[in-house]
Design a protein around this ligand. Structure first.
Ligand code: TYM
Length: 331
């Protein structure tokens, strides 16, 4: 059975980009494969974050996972820091990714460019090492992510191939990324030439936004010259982004979405996009709220950590042995 693994960082408010690019699709794998979905809380520490924020966001994310339709009987849902194998494998793997390749990572370049050198933590630079460990520990075959994480899965493949070449071909499994055909990169509503990200309140739709705010944000999304609802990323980035959002939510192709809106004016088009997003987010929020209130996510995370640890420790021990670390409890 195929192993599928993905995670989200508990930083800031989750956006419609996170939902469409990743979260919404995790459940699609749980009937056909073995699914591991985790909260990347150690990764959240790579930029300054308030202790209460990371704690609250972790709870939110657990509830979002469950509200998205992930079934804890089928999928293993856990918090990264509760499975110590992640940090242990990281201590080994940090020796096999190199300064040159890490400094070329887009995410590192973008995040560090906004910071003073003296404030950039080692964890931000070494981020892809820990992410690779997250993936390799579960022998993951498939890693569903949005477009911005492809590079990190690719460096994980480089690392896995390097390890297998040096220590034997079955030491770790080489993973593949999976991005959706539609919606792998949702853009900001206020500037459709940049990605929707957790730190852009104007251009974001947050998963916790009240429905009237969602509608308002979509109705005031930046559109383009002309009046035709057509998918054209170059000349109509705003309309194309809204069409992408609509197609992803409705689970139809861009062509079908375009065909649906032939002859629409921008205003009516936006109204229908807003209706579609609201029809999806409103029941999702209700499920989220119930799970937050009844705290049922806690037992799920505890059980998830136990299941995940068992599997992760098998890989960790295999790697320790391969690189020559002595198991004082074994032979
Ligand atoms: P994070 O928390 O930044 O984002 C979570 C997921 O959402 C996707 N995403 C988007 N998709 C479409 N449009 C957007 N505007 C958009 N913004 C974000 C991301 O691509 C991602 O799939 N490094 C990861 C977390 C992580 C991880 C892992 C993921 C840690 N270890 C192992 C997979 C496997 C991150 O920061 O995602």
């Amino acid at each position: 059975m195929e192993r599928i693994l993905s995670g989200i960082k508990p930083t800031g408010n989750l956006t419609l980009g996170n939902y469409i690019g990743a979260l919404k699709h995790f459940k699609d794998f749980q009937d056909s494969g073995e699914v591991f979905i985790f909260i990347a809380d150690l990764h959240a520490l790579t930029l300054p974050i308030d202790p209460k924020a990371i704690n609250d966001n972790t709870r939110d994310l657990a509830a979002f996972y469950l509200a998205s339709g992930l079934d804890p009987k089928k999928a293993t849902i856990f918090v990264q820091s509760s499975v110590s194998a992640h940090a242990e494998l990281n201590a080994i793997m940090q020796n096999y990714l190199y300064m040159g390749e890490l400094s070329r990572m887009t995410q590192f370049k973008e995040k560090s460019a906004k910071m003073n050198d003296s404030a950039i933590g080692l964890g931000l630079f070494a981020y892809p090492v820990l992410m690779a460990c997250d993936i390799l520990l579960y022998d993951a075959d498939i890693v569903p992510v949005g477009e911005d994480q492809i590079q990190h899965v690719e460096i994980t493949r480089d690392l896995a191939n390097r390890i297998n070449k040096r220590y034997g071909k079955d030491t770790v499994v080489v993973p593949n990324y999976r991005v959706n055909k539609v919606g792998a990169r949702i853009m900001s509503l206020s500037d459709p030439t940049v990605k929707m990200s957790k730190s852009d309140p104007k251009g974001d739709i947050f998963l916790k936004d009240p429905m009237n705010v969602v509608r308002k944000k979509i109705m005031s999304a930046v559109t383009d010259l002309g009046s035709e609802v057509k998918f054209d990323k170059e000349n109509k980035p705003g309309i194309s982004n809204l069409l992408t959002i609509y197609a992803s939510i409705k689970e139809i192709s861009i062509e079908d979405a375009e065909a649906h809106f032939v002859g629409y004016r921008y205003g009516d088009f936006k109204r229908e996009v807003a209706d579609a997003v609201i029809a999806e987010l409103e029941p999702f929020q209700q499920r989220y709220q119930q799970i937050i209130n009844d705290k049922s996510y806690l037992a799920v995370l505890r059980e998830g950590a136990e299941r995940a640890s068992k599997i992760a420790n098998v890989t960790l021990n295999r790697v320790k042995k391969a690189v020559g670390l002595l198991d004082v409890y074994g032979e």
